[in-house]
Design a protein around this ligand. Structure first.
Ligand SMILES: [Cu+2]
Length: 357
């Protein structure tokens, strides 16, 4: 009897704590935990292990930033980059390529103007007979060569960084293209799967998301952690492309392509299929929600997945959803999507292992 009493006490304490913490975020979840009846244990029976309180459901609180992770009105340059490779590539574009292009264009324009005006027929009735000048020929050969070498050095480094193999403990996301939606699998986290379909315009508007880019199931990834993306397809060639990550990788049936990046800031980032894949090619957007590792662990739990570490991520249980004014309701699954899951899971681990070497 004493045991029943203490169990009941412990249980209501835990329930009260969870209710107090989760009240602003998930008011519906709290009462069910708090009012759960204490288990009745027959005298002499082996007591069942006390059920651990379920982790609070992951509720997305993020709202898309209209200037980051999606096209913005009047935008004329590359999007804001949120990965180290992206920032490096943006730097190269802004401070190497653009100055070279602008300088070269202005130089050629100036030379043409000079020739056209200074040596026009009206002021040069008898043209000069000069055909060769060794010094000028050496200059116009050597200078472009030096410019190309100057561009090649940072360019090759950037290329190598983009295809650097991610570390072994990187979070693996498997992306599978389908006509015309994306499947996502998390092989390191219990291999659960999502199907991501575009939201209808009205629903996207209601949620404050851009039309043709919003989806019913966002891919959730942790920030500050290397991500390994394995990209493949079930039918035709698609391409998983996310401009803010400097990421674009073909999804080819029967083969797995690898891509890796580290997201540096939380947010919602949109992309699109970037390989003409059929009639609804323009309607299979990508939406990635980058969250803290603790929130990621909670999201994984809410999907029925597991974290690869043995410890059940105490941070995830301790941390409570932040205040959620106008939180986006999670995954109303508005579209009549989700045909057959069509998971091509069998070839994934083998192929992934070969890439790890
Ligand atoms: Cu496609």
């Amino acid at each position: 009897m004493k045991l029943v009493k203490s169990l009941f006490l412990a249980f209501s304490l835990v329930g009260a704590a969870v209710a107090a913490q989760a009240a602003p975020a998930a008011p519906t979840a709290a009462p069910s935990v708090a009012t759960a009846p204490a288990p009745v244990i027959e005298p002499g029976a082996v007591p069942a292990p006390a059920p651990s309180p379920a982790p609070p459901a992951f509720v997305s609180t993020a709202r898309p930033d209209p200037h980051i992770g999606q096209p913005s009105p009047g935008g004329y340059t590359l999007p804001v980059q949120v990965t180290p490779n992206g920032r490096r590539a943006l730097w190269m574009h802004n401070y190497v390529l653009m100055p070279v292009i602008v300088f070269t264009s202005l130089l050629v324009l100036g030379l043409l103007a000079w020739v056209a005006i200074r040596y026009r027929a009206s002021v040069n009735p008898t043209p000069g007979k000069t055909t060769h000048n060794t010094l000028i020929e050496v200059i116009w050969t050597l200078v472009p060569v030096l410019i190309l070498v100057a561009i090649a050095i940072p360019s090759i480094g950037l290329l190598a960084a983009q295809f650097k193999t991610p570390p072994k403990d990187a979070v693996t996301l498997k992306v599978i293209g389908n006509q015309w939606y994306w499947n996502y699998q998390y092989p390191d986290h219990g291999d659960f799967e999502l199907t991501s379909n575009m939201l209808p315009d009205a629903e996207a508007k209601k949620r404050g998301e851009p039309r043709l880019l919003a989806v019913d199931e966002r891919v959730v990834l942790p920030v500050g952690v290397p991500i390994r993306v394995l990209v493949t397809s079930n039918d035709v060639i698609h391409s998983w492309a996310l401009p803010a990550f400097w990421a674009k990788m073909d999804a080819v049936p029967g083969r797995i392509n690898e891509l890796s990046f580290t997201i540096e800031r939380p947010g919602i980032y949109y992309g699109q299929c970037s390989e003409l894949c059929g009639a609804r090619h323009g309607f299979m957007p990508i939406a990635v929600e980058a969250v803290s590792p603790a929130q990621f662990a909670r999201w994984v739990a809410s999907k029925g997945g597991t974290m690869p570490s043995a410890a059940p991520a105490p941070a995830a249980a301790a941390e409570v959803a932040p205040a959620v004014e106008g939180a986006v309701p999670e995954t109303a699954n508005a579209t009549e999507a989700a045909e057959e899951p069509a998971a091509n899971a069998t070839d994934a681990p083998a192929a992934a292992n070969t890439t790890e070497g």
